[in-house]
Design a protein around this ligand. Sequence first.
Ligand code: ATP
Ligand code: CA
Ligand code: CA
Length: 433
Amino acid sequence: KVMVGTKVDQNHVNWITAYNMLTGIRFTVSRINAKMDRPLTDADFDAKNKFSFDITGNELTPSAKYDFKFKDYSPWVFRHLRAKFRLDPADYLMSLTSKYILSELGSPGKSGSFFYFSRDYKYIIKTIHHGEHRFLRHILRDYYKHVEDNPDTLISQFYGLHRVKTPFGRKIHFVVMNNLFPPHRDIHQTFDLKGSTIGRDFKEENLAQNPRATLKDLNWLRRDMNLNFGPTKKELFLQQVHRDVELLKRLHIMDYSLLLGIHDLTKGNSEDIRNNTLKVFQPGASTAEAGQDDPASHMLQRTPSKMEKARQARELRKTINKEVPITLDRGANRLPEEFLEQRNTIFYGDDGGFRATHENDENGDVIYYLGIIDCLTHYGFVKRLEHFWRGLSNPKDQVSAIPPDGYGDRFFKFISGHVKSQEEAARDKAARE
Ligand code: ATP
Ligand code: CA
Ligand code: CA
């Protein structure tokens, strides 16, 4: 499901918003990248810059297709974060560039957020609520410090925080973050795990109709699933989850989940996903259409030629068709290669993910693509909502939204209880029966 998106082109209802988001990102990111690097100051965390775009352009901003206002938050902080997450500045701009770059993933959650993939599928733009936006600004120092101390954090990697305002005054806040799932590999199963069982069930009878649906905690338990890691990876993984959860507890965050995509190497990539992947990339289409009339195109630091793009598309197609072997020939395919370079950290180091291991730490047959997502819900919001709904029947002090400490402990307990090698899991199962 996640692989497929609706292409956002000129006929799409959100075309103008998406276009304005990208124009604003390109302008502000180019602007900050053009400056000489310097250490962060305290004021950088509270900084915000406002820009006005219009069709004629002005001394500050180039002309744009539409009139809109754009606000860029803490640009220096995000520049440094992008560097910490090892993003290549030119590459980041190129990914969020050109007209046909996005595909929209409707609104997969209940929150009403929209999700857009960059054309090359590396980045996700998520629209967020004003409350989440304010909260991210509020915790930015702690988040930054955490990334500094935990370069391998599993928490969503934020690369930018921005706002567009339409001429009608509608404000849309959004973040740019990492897509956990790889462009070049089929995800055979997806889970979104919170450690809670209440309402955490994807109806099994709907699975036939939607085989790539995101499954939840109860589906996980029903399938007797585990994250199969031998002792070394288990230790590494749980240590990081623990550190991440401690941060989330301290910041009074809840409602986050472990997003997990499983690629089964014995299954490889299916026909179906090959087509979808190409649909998302649209490498050919964008080449033909990304032209001179693109007002922000001059801001690109590195524009691949038509020929280069066509070559990339051919190679991508070739690679996808021949089913990428686990050790990618690095010269063979530029797009997966960049994807891998960006992610040569522990948990994104095995072909963009974290490969299962056996009890003896030898490689297993699946690659896990995972991370902790949806980390901007502050306990205060949830509690206020609960008070509102329950206030009529319950006295205030009995209201019990699970506080962040309880949420985090339950989350960690659930995950740590389901990390074991295949061999260990088999022994546990035998003992139970
Ligand atoms: P809700 O608050 O109802 O849970 P939400 O709008 O806040 O919804 P998320 O929980 O952030 O949405 O994400 C919803 C789904 O979008 C996830 O289950 C996953 O399928 C996809 N998704 C979100 N973030 C990522 C990511 N970083 N990489 C890949 N997929 C993602
Ligand atoms: Ca969620
Ligand atoms: Ca949410």
